[in-house]
Design a protein around this ligand. Structure first.
Ligand code: PEP
Ligand code: MG
Length: 837
């Protein structure tokens, strides 16, 4: 009975010592990229069927045969390593494609001595090539004789496979040229996976005689697909054709940001010998000095064995879940700040963390007796080795992302804190830093980073450039021998690390640093004074926050209020819903952190890109067009009432302003006003908080005048307004560079919003990411915006920008910008009229 998915015990097809795949002297097999399985170093000259089944493929060169077992498992039996190169010499295939064979039947005979002398190794493989449905559990790792039990195959439980659709439906094929710069590296591979996961069909990429499931970023990277290479795509399932078209599109569309993200270093380093100087490659420019601080990764103690398998599995499972949550938060944060590179990098990390190749290998090691940290570490090591052997510098650099996941998961497993104790202003030196290290170091205010290894196109380099943190890579092992504490100079533009700068040189670099710091400090001292344009127009600069801690930071940075508190982020790590009192306390904490300043609190905005564990919403075909934002009042009115009651109990109520997300018509606003009145009466209140509306869908912008009649203020959410105006997913990595809120269509909607609000004397703010873009400040002021809610560290910078502008001139020029044809044209014009300092 074919495809019955039952468990099956395979008998040994050869006699000889048994090896786990990790010990096979071939990086691709060892990595599991071909699938899970086992190996035998054969002592006999005939390969036998390990079970009953059908021969579904016979290699033209006679060295390999694939069977489909009756439970549906597809088994590749591969004799020796690199034996394809013998072109069939020394092999006789005893069966044909389509033949039915029984357990123990001879499949192929080979000349043991002659083949052994001419191939790399006789080690032979038994691989399950459709491993997405099955798991292999070795029965023995000692020597076996033909016919003895070798491997147990169990079908994966539905939760372990991506979807539960049986392997049915048509299979369709396509071919495409890869457009991604540098080939199919981690971020495009993660995008391919994301595309494939949108369909029920199962999809594979085929390249150079090898295949990988589109569910596995590792598997796809392991194919080493280069830029402009032709790959084949196959999809099987009920929606195969649609899946194929989507995948072909993803593979043939270069990421918009690749052009700059993958840009090689601006200058090739000069490597001429210079005393007291190490030469490397510039990954992020800048000239800084500071004391050298050395960072080291986690060292694992020896594995003493004797572990409880179930316990170790659970440990690994929990650690992976923790790290996954951490990365989700990083992603939310990057999304909120519209940091495209950061989003793409950490989305790829999340995909790697779920990668079947990595997970299966780690869990298999645990089954074989390893402790969870060692199993995880070993699985990562094997994949790093695979990436390094692919002869692609870009893919080799991606091994660093795996190191990152190794460190993070090990920290979670070993319960180690993930905080470096590095003083601000230090020059951090390490073998190689990972993307999450870099985010943390940058937040701690280090002056520069130097790595012995690494490349200028690595994810760390991309992040360092984004943060403006000078960074040198590939400085060599000598870097690690330098004494901590010594003062060094990082001349990143010149690719030089000066180890013993003269007092004069240190002074010169420090002065340049001081000038930059002075500018920042000047912005900071004025950050607490209101910002007026040169012609006297006051623009309030508030901050977007997600917690009371961020509110305190915003207050300290001079924010004149909170322009947006995203309440859905307050309880993002919770599995149970917060009750009314918990909510009140959380809102009150933000009000308390802001002194006497106003706080705009947005009612919960779930759905679309924002999901909460404790508030599962029904699955929708188009979640961004579904029950999200204020539409929750329609789906779960009791939840919104509970939130309004909590808000009404904050004090003083004059400082609490309520903002409604995703409003499209006046009725939604009037309904909430009426609920606020009713709830206020129930609570015996005689005052009501101000009530504002977010303008984040075109309908709201076009109806701004009608909304303003009933609202106290309007706040423009440029993130969603871009998404809905341009019909481009705000989280689509391939479109990220085009979802630009300076598009003239958006500027027209902003202008219309301000005009509509003015008719009723209401003020308009911007709380989307455009408010934090200094290039946009003059345009927004020119169009009539009077409040900008920015990310807390940027308050001083945006206020400084306001103070250098003339509002009347901004108005004149902005009106002209409405007639331009593209966001690029608007940006160019902004650079011309209002150059950035
Ligand atoms: C927006 O859409 O611009 C906005 C500020 O809201 P969010 O990013 O939370 O959707
Ligand atoms: Mg929004």
């Amino acid at each position: 009975m074919p495809n019955n998915n039952k468990e099956l015990t395979l008998s040994a097809p050869l006699s000889g010592p048994v090896l786990t795949l990790a010990n096979v002297p071939d990086a691709v097999f060892a990595s599991g990229a071909m699938g899970d399985g086992i190996a035998i170093d054969p002592l006999n000259d005939t390969l036998y069927a390990p079970c009953d089944g059908e021969v579904i493929h016979v290699a033209r060169t006679g060295h390999a045969v694939t069977l489909r077992a009756d439970n549906g498992a597809e088994l590749l039996l591969h004799l020796g390593l690199d034996t394809v190169e013998l072109q069939g010499d020394g092999f006789s295939m005893l069966v044909k494609e389509g033949a039915r064979v029984s357990n123990g039947q001879a499949l192929l005979r080979y000349d043991l001595d002659s083949v052994a002398q001419r191939c790399k190794s006789l080690v032979s493989l038994l691989i399950i090539t459709n491993g997405e449905h099955f798991q292999a559990r070795p029965i023995t790792l000692k020597g076996v004789k033909v016919g003895e039990p070798l491997l147990h195959i169990v079908s994966k439980t539905p939760g372990e496979t991506r979807d539960d659709e049986p392997d049915v439906g048509v299979e369709v094929f396509g071919q495409i040229r890869i457009a991604h710069r540098g080939g199919l590296h981690a971020r495009p591979a993660a995008l391919v996976r994301q595309t494939a996961q949108g369909f029920k069909s199962r999809s594979h990429l085929h390249f150079s005689g090898r295949s990988a499931s589109c569910d596995s970023v590792m598997g796809m990277m392991g194919l080493a697909i280069t830029e402009q290479a032709e790959v084949h795509v196959s999809c099987r399932g009920s929606d195969a054709e649609a899946a194929l078209q989507a995948l072909l599109k993803t593979l043939s569309t270069a990421l918009a940001e690749e052009a700059h993200a993958e840009a090689p270093p601006a200058k090739a380093p000069s490597r001429s010998a210079e005393a007291g100087v190490l030469h490397g490659v510039c990954a992020a420019p800048g000239l800084v000095s500071g004391p050298l601080v050395r960072l080291q990764g986690i060292q694992l103690p020896e594995d003493v064995g004797g572990h409880d398998v179930a316990e170790q599995r659970q440990r690994l499972h929990d650690a992976l879940a923790n790290v996954s949550r951490e990365i989700q938060l990083t992603l939310e944060n990057a999304k909120a700040r519209r940091h495209v590179d950061e989003q793409a990098i950490f989305s790829a990390h999340l995909a790697l963390l779920e990668d079947p190749v990595l997970l299966d290998a780690a869990y298999l090691s645990i089954e074989q007796g390893c402790a969870a940290p060692h199993a995880w570490s070993r699985s990562i090591d094997v994949q790093c080795q695979v990436l390094r052997q692919l002869q692609s510098a870009l893919l080799a650099e991606r091994a660093n992302d795996l190191h990152d996941l190794r460190q993070r998961v090990l920290r979670a497993l070993l319960d180690e804190a993930w905080q470096f104790d590095v003083p601000a202003g230090a020059i951090v030196v390490a073998q190689e830093l990972t993307p999450s290290d870099l985010l943390q170091l940058s937040a701690q205010g280090v002056a520069g980073v130097c790595m012995a290894e690494g490349g200028a196109t690595s994810h760390v380099a991309i992040l360092a450039r984004g943060k403006g943190l000078p960074c040198l890579v590939a400085l060599g092992e000598a870097l690690l021998a330098q004494a901590p504490g010594q003062s060094v100079v990082v001349d990143a533009d010149g690719g030089r690390l000066e180890l013993s700068p003269s007092a004069e040189r240190l002074m010169q670099v420090q002065q340049a640093q001081k000038r930059r710091a002075a500018l920042r400090a000047e912005q900071q001292t004025l950050a607490h004074t209101p910002a007026r344009t040169v012609d006297g127009v006051q623009v309030e600069v508030a901050a977007n926050v997600a917690s009371s801690a961020e509110a305190s930071q915003a207050f300290a940075n001079g924010a004149e209020g909170v322009g947006l508190l995203r309440t859905e982020f307050l309880f993002v790590d919770r599995h149970t819903a917060p009750d009314e009192e918990e909510q009140r306390q959380a809102y009150q904490a933000v009000l308390d952190a802001m002194g006497d300043r106003p706080v705009i609190i947005r009612t919960i905005d779930v759905g679309g890109d924002k999901q909460l564990d404790y508030l599962p919403l029904p699955a929708e075909a188009n979640p961004v067009l579904g029950l999200r934002g204020i539409r929750l009042a329609q789906a779960r009115p009791e939840l919104l009432d509970q939130q309004l009651r909590a808000l009404l109990q904050t004090r003083p109520l004059q400082r609490c302003r309520i903002l409604l997300p995703m409003v499209t018509e006046v009725g939604e606003l009037l309904h909430i006003r009426q609920r606020l009145d009713a709830l206020g009466n129930e609570l015996g209140l005689d005052e009501r908080p101000q009530l504002g509306v977010m303008i984040e869908v075109p309908a709201a912008a076009l109806l701004a005048e009608q909304l303003a009649e009933h609202a106290d203020f309007l706040s423009i959410g440029t993130n969603d307004l871009s998404q809905y105006t341009l019909a481009m997913d705000r989280d689509h990595a391939g479109l990220a560079a085009r979802v630009d809120a300076l598009h003239p269509a958006l500027l027209r909607l902003i202008a219309q919003t301000c005009d509509g609000a003015a008719k009723h004397g209401r003020w308009v703010g911007v709380c989307g990411a455009l408010a934090s873009d200094p290039l946009a400040t003059p345009v927004l002021i020119g169009l009539g915006v009077r409040e900008l809610s920015v990310s807390p560290p940027q308050v001083g910078e945006i206020k400084d920008r306001v103070r250098h502008l003339d509002a009347a001139q901004c108005r004149r020029v902005s009106t002209e910008l409405l007639n331009l044809a593209s966001a690029a044209a608007v940006r160019q014009a902004c650079h011309q009229h209002w150059p950035l300092g």
